[in-house]
Design a protein around this ligand. Structure first.
Ligand SMILES: Nc1nc2c(ncn2[C@@H]2O[C@H](COP(=O)(O)O[C@H]3[C@@H](O)[C@H](n4cnc5c(=O)[nH]c(N)nc54)O[C@@H]3COP(=O)(O)O)[C@@H](O)[C@H]2O)c(=O)[nH]1
Length: 859
């Protein structure tokens, strides 16, 4: 019997094991007992063959006999494919059990059984046999399992979505599955195997890929996630990823490679897309931040980081602040996100957060991101810094509503505020008052001191106006030198006049501009709603008309609108139209005023002064229509006419032998700046035949305020032609001594405003004395303008002024009268009647040539 160890093993075998002598059972293990359905003890001594179903008994007997006779194991398989199966006949009539027998003859010397030959039944000489009885049904199960596994493997191989291959290390396919053929564009595996015999060159696009693959394989025995571009049968290039291993034999020699292939073209494309998208996202100006629904930051592009002044690390995985919460209502951000959750989107202007704490305006557009189940997972916020846009909008809004120079409301806003004021006044039954202001002499200041000075003046005026009204009142600038004050909730009484008085008082103080003190008073028109106008337009128009009348009234700085004013204004407006036709209709004429020498008799020159003989309005002063002509540009043709007429007249007087030495013609700034001036003068002199020395051009100091170099050139050219030049109204404008030095002037004409008070006002007297002395030192002649009285003459003489012009000598005279005057002056006699008519002039001083009839002006 076997030792304890062997016995334990034998007794725990799954298979049956029987020891026989010949066919007689000597020993049966428990598994055999189980198969036979009886105690093993009862099996001892029984014929083993008899334990099988009858039909199988002879075969079993043969096998036992054969083994015993040959001393070798008989083959247990009939065809080396299928084992021989015999059927045991269990006790109790249970169904036969198919078994496979394994018979091994035992030699008593070297087997562990050491069975006493006397202990067994049967033939004592018969050889001992060890018979394994294996349940054939378990074998069949295993076979089935193997087949099933193979089937499954085959099915897997055939149906796998991944390509599967086996290749030689040299690069030839041994076996591929249909998926690989499909991936590479072949009809079936066989086609692929036959077509691609050189994987290195036929499959991989990039040279050296296969070599790289085999290098890794040789080194590591596996290749993982090997990405490469391969060429399909149709020449299309696709991306694949491979995972492969090296299969070796027991000696370690490489048998083949086997691996899987997955096409990743789409993934590569989307990776590339993602890479590009990331690049795009980082290159856009819009700040983009992605947060999860707990508001943890998942990503923020560079623009967002710049915008908020935060680095990526400060943002990522930190709770997001989408807005500067402190500037929004509590819960604002939550309500935005709730809207996004509800509608998928929200867009609006918010205050953006910034690390420095200084928030900035931004336009934020928040979009919900949902997974494929529709669950909200993230919010994406796209942000645009709109600081500049806001500033621009504010600027545009400001420009649209405010005057850029003074920063006062402009016409548009004034009209709007007036509309509002009228609406409220209508509702409340209150009054609105409009003051329309226009600055006197502004044009003169502008021309004389330049536009920069004019602008500065307007700014200072704006400031003073603001200071005299209530905060609730509107001060605006309509344009040019026109301002408007709108008073609301106006009580009964002359409130407009009171405010106008305050304005005049405020503006009576000099304005300090360019180191110069300038005076500039306004003319103010006043209108009330609802008393004098019903609409905004009417209010402004009537206030404008009232202002116009205040300006021309002579004694009132402000006037309230009254019926009838409008008609007179319309007349003025029509004047410009009429002036356009005045030249053609021969309505303009020149009057002449003499300039005399120290003795008051010797005519040293004559100034041509234009008049307009209007068919309905009578003789109109140039003070009224020259500004109109300047504004409209008509001054150019009118100036040309004046020059030609004066020159013509001089030629005529010269022909008659009564001509003064020269005739002076006024040239306004606009004329002076006309590029054709020199040519006009040259052509006029040539055409009329008047010697240039007989022509004197009077310019004002304003020409100095423009392009000085050009002005000097013009004057020099004129001077070179022989024309003399006078500086008119000297002392009222921009009297730079430097320019006086530069300008080729012959004569300074002291403005009549200084002459008027000479002797009365010490300052004026001093100014006159200074101008005379300055002129003499610089070698200029000096003419005192507007000399009206003998006292003035005496004082001017005292101050060395030797040339005079003014009513004291003669008013401007029409041609015929002036011709007579010249004739009489030449004869040195003025008759008594003429002297009487001349008014307050001293015959003693004037002598015979002194006076003319002033009535000739009062046509
Ligand atoms: N561009 C042109 N301007 C011209 C021309 N003709 C005249 N003018 C300018 O018009 C302004 C008003 O001129 P006018 O009404 O002719 O007044 C002149 C004289 O009549 C006046 N004057 C002369 N003497 C006295 C006086 O003793 N008292 C007094 N109150 N006024 C007097 O002064 C004006 C002369 O001014 P000025 O030219 O500055 O010498 C006036 O500015 C004219 O320049 C023209 O053809 N073109």
């Amino acid at each position: 019997m076997p030792d304890h160890f062997h016995r334990t093993l034998i007794e725990h075998l799954d298979s049956g094991l029987v020891v026989t002598r010949g066919r007689a059972v000597l020993y049966a293990n428990p598994a055999m007992g189980v198969m036979m359905g009886m105690d093993t003890v009862r099996l001892a001594g029984r014929d083993l063959a008899a334990l099988f179903v009858e039909p199988d008994q002879p075969a079993v007997r043969d096998l036992l006999w054969l083994a015993g006779r040959s001393g070798t194991s008989p083959p247990d398989q009939a065809d080396h494919a299928r084992p021989l199966v015999h059927r045991l006949r269990p006790a109790g009539g249970d169904a036969p059990v198919s078994v496979v027998l394994g018979i091994t003859p035992l030699r008593a010397a070297d087997d562990p059984w050491c069975v006493d030959p006397a202990s067994g039944a049967g033939d004592d000489d018969a050889p001992m046999l060890q018979v394994t009885v294996q349940d054939a049904s378990r074998e069949a199960d295993m076979e089935r399992a193997l087949l099933e596994s193979e089937r499954r493997y085959r099915e897997l191989f055939e149906n796998a979505l991944e390509g599967i291959y086996q290749t030689t290390p040299g690069g030839r396919y041994l076996n591929v599955n249909p998926a690989l053929a499909r991936i590479y564009g072949y009809a079936n595996p066989q086609e692929l195997i036959e077509a691609c015999r050189d994987i290195s060159n036929q499959v991989y696009v990039e040279a050296g890929m296969r070599e790289r693959f085999t290098t890794i394989m040789d080194r590591d025995g596996v290749v993982e996630n090997f990405e490469a571009q391969v060429r399909r049968k149709d020449a299309r290039v696709i991306w694949i990823t491979e995972n492969a291993r090296c299969v070796r034999d027991e000696t370690g020699a490489t048998l083949f490679y086997e691996g899987t292939v997955e096409e990743i073209t789409e993934r590569k494309r989307s990776d590339e897309n993602l890479r590009l998208m990331a690049k795009v996202v980082n290159s856009v100006h819009e700040g983009i931040i992605i947060v999860d629904r707990n508001l943890l930051v998942w990503g923020a592009n560079e623009a967002y980081q710049r915008m908020t002044d935060c680095e990526a690390a400060e943002l990522l995985n930190h709770p997001a602040r989408l807005t500067a919460v402190e500037l929004h209502d509590p819960g604002f951000e939550d309500s935005v996100l709730a809207r996004v959750e509800e509608n998928g989107h929200w867009r609006g202007e918010v205050w953006g957060p910034r690390r420095s704490g200084v928030p900035f305006p931004m336009e934020m557009s928040v979009t919900a991101v949902r997974d494929r189940h529709g669950t909200l997972t993230h919010f994406v916020a796209a942000c645009i810094d709109i600081t500049k846009r806001k500033r621009d909008e504010e600027h545009i809004r400001f420009q649209a509503n405010y005057d850029m120079l003074t920063h006062l409301p402009n016409r548009y806003l004034i009209m709007d505020r007036l509309e509002q004021a009228l609406l409220k006044a209508r509702r409340d039954g209150t009054r609105v008052c409009v003051l329309f202001l226009d600055l006197d002499r502004f044009k003169h200041i502008n021309d004389s001191f330049g536009h920069a000075a004019g602008d500065e003046l307007l700014k200072l005026v704006a400031r003073r106006l603001r200071q005299v009204v209530r905060m609730s009142d509107t001060v605006g600038r309509l344009g040019g030198d026109e301002f408007v004050i709108v008073l609301t909730d106006v009580a009964d009484g002359p409130i407009g006049d009171q405010v106008a008085d305050k304005v005049v008082q405020a503006m009576s103080e000099p304005f300090q501009i360019l180191d110069t003190e300038l005076f500039c008073l306004p003319s103010i028109g006043i209108t009330y709603f609802p008393d004098q106008a019903d609409t905004v337009e009417e209010l402004l128009r009537n206030a404008d008309v009232a202002m116009y009348h205040a300006k021309h009234s002579g004694d009132s700085r402000h006037l309230k609108f009254a019926d009838g004013m409008a008609q007179r204004s319309i007349t003025m407006m029509n004047m410009e139209n009429d002036l356009r036709h005045a030249l053609n209709r021969d309505e303009l004429e020149l009057h002449y005023q003499p300039k005399v020498g120290f003795d008051g008799r010797t005519v040293v020159g004559a100034e041509a002064l234009i008049r307009w003989r209007h068919p309905r309005l009578g003789l109109i002063s140039p003070a009224e229509f020259i500004p109109l002509a300047e504004d409209s540009g008509l001054i150019i043709p009118i100036g040309r006419w004046t020059l030609a007429t004066a020159c013509q007249q001089m030629v005529e007087w010269r022909r008659r032998g009564v001509a003064p030495p020269s005739v002076s013609v006024n040239v306004s700034v606009r004329q002076f700046n006309d590029s054709a001036l020199i040519e006009t003068v040259r052509e006029t002199l040539a055409r009329t035949g008047l010697p240039a020395t007989c022509l004197d051009l009077e310019i004002t100091e304003s020409v100095m305020t423009g392009d000085v170099e050009r002005a000097v050139n013009t004057l020099t050219t004129l001077k070179a032609m022989g024309v003399t030049l006078s500086m008119d109204d000297f002392g009222t404008g921009y009297s730079s001594l430097n320019y006086l030095k530069t300008f080729p002037i012959d004569t300074l004409k002291i403005d009549q405003t200084f002459v008027r008070d000479v002797g009365q006002n010490p300052k004026d007297t001093a100014i006159v004395a200074t101008i005379v002395s300055l002129a003499r030192n610089l070698g200029f002649n000096v003419v005192a303008e507007g000399v009206e009285t003998e006292d003035q003459v005496a004082l001017l003489r005292e101050n060395n002024c030797r040339l005079f012009q003014g009513y004291w000598v003669s008013r401007p005279l029409a041609v015929a009268d002036f011709t007579d005057y010249l004739a009489q002056a030449r004869e040195g006699a003025v008759d008594a009647a003429t002297l009487d008519a001349m008014g307050p002039q001293s015959p003693a001083l004037l002598g015979p040539a002194g006076g003319v009839d002033p009535g000739s002006e009062t046509d």
